[in-house]
Design a protein around this ligand. Structure first.
Ligand SMILES: C[S@@+](CC[C@H](N)C(=O)[O-])C[C@H]1O[C@@H](n2cnc3c(N)ncnc32)[C@H](O)[C@@H]1O
Length: 244
């Protein structure tokens, strides 16, 4: 499975993620050896200092990012995601915390969101651009709903730059992830583990990090920053909607 270019990316993502929600947060931590949580905190660090009133978290899944945003100072958070099963788990996770009315979850596609222009003070998105047909058009749509001057932050997987770490990354994604997924989560997690490595490689063959930085700028973000994390296997990006 070297290339992963599903014909209908929305349906593909729904099929991939529907069986995962119950154990998503735990296994995402375990299989990333704790790095997912580090990247998430680093991403949220770029948004919460502004004390935003209303934040949109895109590809919110079981709402882990949305909850952290609310717990770290965002007044109200809306999470949007394509996959209903993920959102149902998100609702349960929100209900378990004492944040009455502060986190709301909405079913929808990042490519075309049901929000007016410049609705949100800030926006986060996580593991999204590998699942859309047209990353530039999706970034344009994300920019559309953010107020001028609003902070935007993102986290993603990345390919290590050095040959040495890329060799180990290759072994980790092609062998450890599928096997670890199978052992900890069964068939559905094996499928995700098997999918991820080739998908990340093929995504960056088409859309390099340099391309992505330029795509953010074309979408109307300024002060775009990049931090490679975890030996280059993780990426946190941030910027602001122009204007402000
Ligand atoms: C790897 S999960 C990440 C969940 C969450 N952001 C987190 O880090 O805990 C990716 C999520 O992206 C969602 N997704 C994929 N394509 C999407 C799209 N086009 N629009 C909205 N959500 C999408 C999936 O349904 C899934 O819940």
């Amino acid at each position: 499975m070297e290339t992963a270019t599903p014909r209908d990316p929305n349906r593909f993502a729904q099929t991939l993620f529907s069986p995962l929600p119950e154990r998503y947060d735990r296994l995402a931590e375990l299989l990333s050896m704790g790095q997912n949580g580090r990247w998430r905190r680093a991403m949220v660090d770029h948004v919460v200092p502004d004390r935003p009133d209303l934040v949109l978290d895109v590809a919110s899944g079981p709402a882990g990012v949305a909850l952290q945003l609310a717990e770290r100072g965002a007044e109200r958070v809306v999470g949007i995601d394509l996959t209903l099963d993920m959102l149902r788990q998100g609702q349960r996770n929100v209900a378990e915390r004492s944040l009455p009315g502060r986190v709301q979850l909405v079913n929808g596609r990042a490519e075309r969101m049901p929000f007016a222009d410049a609705t949100f003070d800030a926006l986060t998105f996580t593991y999204l651009l590998r699942y859309v047909d047209d990353p530039q058009a999706t970034l344009d749509e994300l920019a559309r709903v953010v107020k001028p001057g609003g902070a935007v932050a993102n986290m993603e997987f990345l390919l290590p730059q050095s040959r040495f770490w890329r060799f180990w990354w290759f072994g980790y994604t092609r062998l450890l992830l599928p096997v670890g997924g199978w052992l900890t989560g069964g068939r559905a997690w094996f499928e995700v583990g098997r999918f991820l490595g080739p998908n990340i490689s093929s995504h960056y063959r088409r859309y390099s990090l340099e391309w992505t930085v330029e795509a953010w700028r074309r979408a109307g973000f300024v002060d775009v920053g990049v931090r490679r994390m975890s030996l280059g296997g993780g990426l946190v990006m941030w910027g602001r909607r122009a204007g402000g």
